[in-house]
Design a protein around this ligand. Structure first.
Ligand code: SF4
Length: 398
């Protein structure tokens, strides 16, 4: 079989995409759009001497503009969008009492793992594309043609990700329309740091700038996607309010925060007890999936991240060399961004609401299905899947 980068640490050969990005930026007739994942902003500063967890959003945005990106947008926008779709899908499944637990689908290493190891359970992962892919789809099918009058063929969508597996995800041919992929080139946090250095930009002393609108606007729920448990927490904030039709006062589901490999909680949503679990590392995912397969899982929602600690510890981030204090500080940075934002629930993001009103229609509706959802493949014959990487063991020991 073929070995796929299900090991998210970058221990497997990492493709250098920096020349491709410079090449895209040099094609002046093209519109180059960039998106940055949540976990990048609390780690990139480390490459320039800042403390782990230092919030570098404004300086990072300024650096991206200085490098030459025309539109500097935020994967967070698409994280909020993911929550509207995924919460809708969850509520739908809960009502039908079918296809539970719903499994999160934003981590491509985890998707590879389930496609390779549990091909008979492919009805369980959410059909939602990951935020990276939803962003690309909206950039090319809405922002280009409807907002800036640009054909998707004349656009490049570049992503800055904490992750090596995201490069592979970007190349999956079903994630696009026709022969145009949603995301053209994905690079890691480390690669962006190298580009900033190659351009001679002094990140630390840049004036802070803001993301462009509307694909740069997000709520605090999106920021926490970068830490284990964060996608689950963000989804609960929205699902709770939609099901109960009442305001959720305390948005912090602290039971699913922190570095533990398996965290669980039971939440009363309008009289229904919803059992949720957030797990990180593929070894832990296997434990949960074996229960699901045996038919004795109590969970309704399971979040899975391949990297222990979530994307803040991703294989594309500045190396943490097994020091999980660094990872904890990055996660704390994300929770600080969340708590400092006025809006902390994805379904309250005005830019997202406007997108549905003007373009998408209803969450989980027809256009949303076409552009924001995907499907999975039985790859049990294709991959020799790596079960656990050394960082899982380091994380358990910390
Ligand atoms: Fe990539 Fe995040 Fe998954 Fe790690 S947890 S493989 S960084 S998506």
């Amino acid at each position: 079989g073929q070995c796929i980068s299900v090991c998210p640490t970058g221990a497997l050969t990492e493709v250098n995409n920096i020349p491709k990005v410079w090449d895209a930026l040099n094609q002046t007739e093209k519109t180059v759009v960039v998106q940055v994942a949540p976990a990048v902003r609390v780690a990139i500063g480390e490459e320039f001497g800042l403390e782990p967890g230092a919030i570098s959003t404004g300086k990072m945005v300024a650096a991206l503009r200085a490098i030459g990106f025309k539109y500097v947008f935020d994967t967070n926008f698409a994280a909020d969008l993911t929550i509207l779709e995924e919460a809708s899908e969850f509520i739908h499944r809960l009502k039908e009492g079918k296809n539970l637990p719903i499994l999160t689908s934003c981590c491509p290493a985890w998707i590879n793992f389930i496609e390779g190891n549990y091909p008979d359970l492919l009805n369980l992962p959410s059909s939602c594309k990951s935020p990276q892919e939803m962003f690309g789809s909206i950039a090319k099918n809405y922002f280009g043609p409807k907002v800036i009058n640009t054909d998707p063929k004349d656009m490049y969508v570049i992503s800055i990700m904490p992750c090596v597996a995201k490069k592979y995800e970007a190349s999956r041919s079903e994630l696009g329309q026709g022969d145009s992929l949603d995301v053209d080139i994905s690079i890691t946090t480390r690669e962006l740091a190298k580009m900033i250095k190659e351009a001679g930009i002094d990140l630390v002393n840049l004036e802070e700038e803001s993301f462009d609108s509307p694909l740069g606007d997000s709520t605090g729920a999106a920021d926490i996607f970068g830490a284990t448990g964060g996608v689950l927490e963000a989804a609960l904030r929205t699902a709770y309010e939609w099901v109960t039709d009442s305001e959720l006062e305390n948005v912090e589901f602290t039971q699913v925060r922190g570095m533990e490999g398996i965290k669980e909680a039971s939440i009363d949503i309008a009289g229904t007890i919803v059992n949720v679990c957030a797990t990180s590392s593929l070894g832990n995912a296997r434990k949960i999936m074996d229960e699901v397969k045996a038919g004795n899982s109590k969970y309704h929602i399971v979040e899975v991240m391949a990297c222990p600690g979530g994307c803040v510890a991703g294989g594309g981030q500045p190396y943490h060399h097994g020091d999980y204090d660094i990872v904890k500080k990055r996660a704390a940075g994300l929770y600080n961004i969340d708590s400092s934002k006025q809006l902390r629930k994805s379904h309250k993001n005005p830019a997202i609401l406007a997108l549905y009103k003007e373009f998408l229609g209803e969450p989980y509706g027809e256009t949303a299905h076409k552009l924001l959802h995907t499907h999975y493949f039985d790859k049990s014959n294709v991959y020799d899947v790596v079960e656990e990487c050394s960082c899982s063991k380091e994380a358990e020991a910390s």
